[in-house]
Design a protein. Structure first.
Length: 145
């Protein structure tokens, strides 16, 4: 049995974008990729992210927000920063992991000031779908590196 490629999705608070990326990766490529997500801070799971992922048939309710230090010692093959802040402040992670950046807008920031609950969720849906599209092409990106 061939070893799965270990990919870490890193975000600021590990509450939304990196959680979605972990969920999509497990859903779309769980047979060949072992996904992880973490943050440079811990903000807890975002209930709107959990909800819109469930709408798409991906359950991330069992995932939890964690600090990147909790994954110390995991030999990652690839580290993907999913927000600019994480890319700029990414702590040193030992190893020879390929580094990628795929910056996605922050759904909570996009939804700030929107009163209509459905329009608020649309911000999350937009980013959810962008992350799905990125993750769908992840194996090809990994093979190119």
């Amino acid at each position: 049995m061939e070893r799965k490629t270990k990919v870490l999705f890193l975000c600021t608070g590990n509450s939304c974008r990196s959680q979605m990326a972990e969920g999509w990766t497990r859903h779309l490529h769980g047979d060949i990729v072992e996904p992880f997500s973490a943050g440079i801070e811990v903000h807890g799971m975002n209930e709107h992210a959990v909800r819109v992922m469930a709408e798409a048939g991906v359950d991330i309710s069992g995932q939890r927000s964690k600090h990147v230090e909790e994954l110390g010692g995991t030999p990652f093959d690839c580290i993907v920063t999913v927000c600019d802040h994480a890319r700029e402040t990414c702590p040193f992670i030992p190893g020879n992991a390929v580094r990628m950046h795929a910056g996605f807008e922050d759904p909570p920031r996009m939804a700030a000031g929107i009163d209509d609950p459905e329009k608020k969720l649309d911000c999350y849906r937009k980013v959810r779908d962008e992350i799905r599209d990125f993750v769908a092409g992840l194996p090809e990106r990994l093979n190119q590196t």
